[in-house]
Design a binder for this molecule. Structure first.
Ligand code: CUK
Ligand code: CUA
Length: 624
């Protein structure tokens, strides 16, 4: 995406040219720094803050002062909170929480008709992995995708509006965990189900785990429908795609197919499973898929010696799989082995072509990086950064050195504590820039003033542009920041107000058409049998209806349009004693459907502070 981001331009007050020239300068500065300094080894003692700050001055700029804008968008999955967060990087400011698989009273997510349609009554979820849509190996700024591990769902967020756009349920899947979109074009999202179950899971084979299986699913990026699934051996964990659209791949533990912990950890090696997308698509086209249970999605059998899959043995209960920015190597983190395994994709080509007989030969190096390696991020200088859970460190190591058989470890740095995911700026694209790295730490004890037994988690930011990883900032955060992306800000171009013809308002536009109402100038109460439709607009500081009457027993649909055009001027609709509280942003239409249960007068008011007369922005629902 090279299009200039003029949207941000007018917000920069200092008058200095910020982009892209500043970033280019940083890159140069960072390279210069790397060339000049000495390579440090061993563990960096924590608290070298002043040193970190000093060298940050010549690296990417850390301090984002009042009124200044961040250089990067961070997209954080929210773990068991079920949401996605947008964080400014490097400031660490939380800019927005995007409700996805959760209930959110601020926006009325779970209350509005559109959100209820997507949530289908479910109010909990577990967002683990957030990834953006790609074009040509970098982000196209269109969508973010996030999984719900708990209820086998995948959600799509529109980045133009930063709202959840679609949620799909993945058939036959239990515990959807790793996901990754195609990186060459916006095509599909590949999703791993982690837990093995009987297929179909309808009461058969309950006590016979040998008949359980996991599925790798292909979801269409536009329709969000499941195109195909493939059955595999073992439990699928994290997922990655190559840069060419040839492969998706998954780390796979429990090759023993056990159901208890000792059973699952018996073997020394499990697998990286590589899926040959061309062969799978061809087989699906040729009608080779079977149907499972109620689902119409075709399913292939990729177990054992199938032509669709390559099982590459890697030690031991591998967890994360990450492609390096050159697209040549997949790095699998050993979790129960102190190693990472580097798989060369060229060798994978040869293995699928039959030129390599032993899939293990696709592993070209297996350096030791520490106890409990989980996830790996990359810079633009050939280095990798692996999160090490048991040691609570990040290990920086050099890929070329590992391949050459030398000790590749450059530095280990303490994190506080129990690190899960790690990521670096643009690390999952071909444009990895080696400026920032974030470590998502599960524990934060001793780092913040105590707040009772449930503690915040701890996101720690590192400047990685120099020779050493420098911890420059930490931020307590609401549980659980599970995974994160750091994205150059001019790739993301959110709009400031809605367009009135947006497809998001299709339901409300159709209702308005049916009752001959103009949404943009509405002040109508329409009774249609036992349903009362209330159409109104909000313009600060008033609703177009200060009263509407309803007969007890009727269902009510309120359709509200915010007709203010002013950026940042949101309204809402909070109806007393009815558990209804929603927001409506500039030029947006939203609707709520409910059934009053008592006669009486119930005030509705605007919950978003919109005007000096905001408190007066209200009206009465009279139920008789
Ligand atoms: S998995 Cu949790 S630390 Cu769900 Cu991304 Cu690796
Ligand atoms: Cu509208 Cu407050």
């Amino acid at each position: 995406m090279t299009e200039k981001n003029d949207d941000h331009k007018d917000e920069i007050k200092t008058g200095e040219v910020v982009e892209p020239s500043r970033r280019d300068f940083f890159k140069t500065a960072a390279t210069g720094l790397a060339g000049a300094g000495a390579v440090s080894m061993g563990i960096l003692p924590f608290g070298a803050a002043s040193e970190a700050e000093a060298s940050s001055k010549s690296g990417p700029k850390l301090h984002v002062g009042p009124g200044e804008l961040d250089e990067y968008y961070g997209f954080w999955s929210g773990g068991q909170s079920g949401e996605v967060r947008v964080i400014g990087i490097p400031s660490g400011r939380e800019l927005k929480r995007i409700p996805v698989f959760n209930f959110d009273a601020a926006y009325g997510w779970g209350v509005t008709n559109i959100s209820k349609g997507m949530l289908k009554g479910k109010l909990t979820g577990d967002t683990h992995h957030v990834h953006l849509s790609y074009k040509d190996g970098t982000y196209d700024g269109k969508y973010a995708f996030v999984n719900d591990k708990a209820q086998a769902r995948l959600a799509r967020i529109r980045l133009d509006m930063m709202v959840t756009d679609k949620i799909c349920e993945i058939p036959n899947a239990n515990g959807t965990h790793g996901i990754f979109p195609s990186r060459n074009e916006m095509n599909a999202i590949y999703c791993n189900s982690e837990f093995r179950t009987p297929l179909p899971n309808d009461g058969r084979d309950l006590e016979d785990p040998t008949k359980y299986a996991c599925l790798h699913s292909c979801i269409d990026a536009e329709s969000m429908e499941t195109r195909w699934q493939i059955m595999v051996d073992g439990n699928l964990d994290l997922c990655a795609t190559d840069y060419e659209g040839k492969y998706s791949m998954a780390c796979c533990y429990n090759s023993e197919e056990g159901v208890t912990l000792p059973e699952m950890m018996a073997k020394d090696r499990d697998w990286l499973v590589v899926f040959n997308l061309e062969r799978i698509e061809a087989a699906i086209k040729a009608g080779k898929g079977i149907k499972i249970g109620d689902s119409d999605v075709p399913v292939l059998d990729g177990r054992g010696d199938s032509p669709y899959t390559l099982y590459i043995p890697v030690p031991k209960s591998p967890h994360g799989v990450n492609m390096d920015p050159t697209g040549k190597y997949a790095v699998c983190s050993g979790k129960l082995s102190p190693t990472v395994s580097i798989v060369e994709l060229k060798k994978v080509d040869e293995a699928f072509a039959g030129k390599i007989k032993n899939p293990r030969d696709c592993v070209i190096a297996e350096p030791e990086v520490g106890l409990g390696p989980l996830h790996t991020a990359f810079d633009n200088r050939g280095n990798a950064y692996t999160s090490i859970f048991l040691d609570s460190v990040v290990t920086k190591w050099n890929i070329a050195k590992a391949i050459a058989g030398e000790n590749p470890v450059i530095e280990k740095v303490d994190v506080h504590y129990q690190i899960g995911h790690i990521n670096a700026s643009m690390s999952e694209t071909k444009d990895a820039d080696g400026n920032w790295m974030v470590a998502l730490c599960k524990f934060s004890k001793d780092r913040f003033i105590p707040v009772g037994p449930f503690r915040p988690e701890n996101d720690q930011l590192f400047n990685i542009s120099g020779d050493r990883m420098e911890m420059v900032h930490e931020a307590a955060c609401h549980p659980e920041p599970h995974d994160a992306l750091i994205v150059t800000r001019d790739l993301i171009r959110p709009k400031k107000v809605w367009q009135r013809d947006d497809r998001r308002f299709a339901f409300e536009h159709a209702l308005a058409k049916k009752y001959n109402v103009t949404l943009e100038a509405a002040a109508n109460v329409i009774e249609d049998g036992d349903h009362t439709y209330v159409f109104m607009v909000g313009i600060a500081p008033a609703f177009s209806l200060t009263k509407f009457n309803v007969k007890l027993g009727n269902t009510v649909t309120v359709v509200l349009t915010n007709m203010d055009r002013v950026e940042d001027l949101s309204h809402g609709f909070c109806l007393t004693h009815h558990d209804i509280n929603v927001g409506v942003s500039p030029q947006e239409t939203t609707s709520i459907t409910f059934k009053p249960t008592k006669k009486g007068v119930f005030w509705y008011y605007c919950p978003w502070f919109c005007h000096a007369l905001h408190l007066e922005m209200r009206g009465r629902m009279i139920v008789s």
